[in-house]
Design a protein around this ligand. Sequence first.
Ligand code: SER
Length: 634
Amino acid sequence: MFLNFFYNPFAMKSSELKKKYIEFFKKKGHKEIINAPLVPENDPTVLFTTAGMHPLVPFLLGEKHPAGKRLVNVQKCIRTGDIDEVGDEVHLTFFEMLGNWSLGDYFKEGAIKMSYEFLTEVLGLDKNRIGVSCFLGDEDAERDNTSANAWEKLGIPKERIVFLGKEDNWWGPAGNTGPCGPDTEIFYYAGKNIPKKFNPRDKKWVEIWNDVFMEYNKIKGGGVELLEQKNVDTGMGIERTVAVLNGFSDVYEIDVLKSLMEKVSKIARGEDVRSKRIIVDHLRAAAFILNEGIAPSNLERGYVLRRLIRRAIRHGRLLGIQDRFCKEIVKEVFIVYKWNYFFREQFILDEVGKEEEKFASTLEQGLKITEKIFSKKTPIKKEKYLKLMQLPNHVEILKDLWNKKQAGKDYSIKEAKISKKEIDKAIITGKEGFLLYQSYGFPAEMIIELAMEKNLLFHRGGFRMELEKHQELSRTAMAGRFKSGLVDHSEKTTRLHTATHLLLQALRNILGDKNIIQKGSNITADRLRFDFNFPRKLTDDEIKKIEGEVNEQIIKGLEVNWKEVKLIDAKKIGITGVFEHKYGDRVKAYFIGDYSKELCSGPHVTNTNELRKFKIIKEESSSAGVRRIKAVLE
Ligand code: SER
């Protein structure tokens, strides 16, 4: 993607880019906010933070941010939607994003001016290599001439400005609903002979920055409405930008990733660069996920983590690595990022070590069984297989094929000219896949990858059915949750969120322990799950009383309000919450009548009577000294 043959005198390391970016925007009146945890604090509907704007959703929707209207930060992100692409030049599951925001302050012209100044004056990029795209316009929003004019005013010629539709120049919402809007994307030409015209389809024009103008809110059932305020949300991927700035041919050549690649090369016998990249990417992501206190498991975040580690281990085998190696790579991650992040080193090393031990012991045997299963199949001819895989919608075609029980009727895929018979003979059945999963711990993605290496197909739909039959609990983990994303701040999750505040206060009152705090929270549209510190099982009587007290507050119809308070006062007036990692000297607290005061960024209902009726459905142990309650609302 990036071409190597020009030398950029402004070459820099990722830490320098971060520093320059933050300093520049601070000078322009922005406050630096914290690099939020990868597991969102107040958004129970997301698996991982996938962009700098995620933690800011309530503020983009109009709530006041304690640090003001201009914000800037470096945000660590996890995106697993493109995990299959990892191993190429640019895709990563973990990355760091630079971002600046205007919450109802400057808008298009201001944002564009600052972006241009930073790129050309601070980074010293060649103006002659810049091209931009703007939104073409459709039924939701008009053609973005304002942005195009702003670019022209700065000296970008007309032939370097293109207008594109929603698929290219619209960002968000991160989930089904929420803030979104047209964007203007900035590209940099990384080739030799600079063309006059900007062509966004030419890979030598590399996207480096995205300025999103979030003035819309996507609402349920489609369509957009205007937000209370016009926001700017920008995002610049550090790894890609540093690669472009240095004229590197791939992101693994930048300082941090290069050290990790070298470490892998030292241990590996084989040379396969794709496998090396997968190990580097996956174990870096794993180290950061583990750093949030998450351990490998078969559910949700823990399962994402497990899959990353296990895939890395298999690629280690492909590179001829016989010994355990994950800890070595993870230690290098600690070294590379020691100035930027604090790591729980012991926990991470222990967990990675345990997972490698567990999987290494079944991998060999599992691969043998795989070979046996595969030997009974007939691979699809190479050209046809490649053709099938190249169809832009091949995943959809296959999914569709597998999901329909009657798909047998028409298995022929026109474009690739594959017959039903050929597909039938090449398919690894759901049952076969399930055996590999259940007995040898092979994640579905690994089975797909193994099948692809042999021109075979995996019946993922059938696999899912097997899984559901055998393990009710796995359903959530498999039903597409691997792709993290904001679900939405729906009415249901908002009500449950307010219920967790009432629950915490009721726990403190009924159990008579003022030191009870939230240890974790997860909300789906159907239920809340709340973890808290307490040394023993609750009695039936206590559970009844807690339920009763929450319902009393609901019946009272208490008003829910929020206020900004000084951080130092918050504790004094008995506001509950986790106080570490709070930004600025002012914090936001929610008050439910006189009953509950809690640090939180929302959103919440306006009156407790909207909750109708609260019911605890389960109380159990979560981990040592931590109990877990699951509850629902009527
Ligand atoms: N949210 C936008 C992105 O992720 C801009 O930050 O690209």
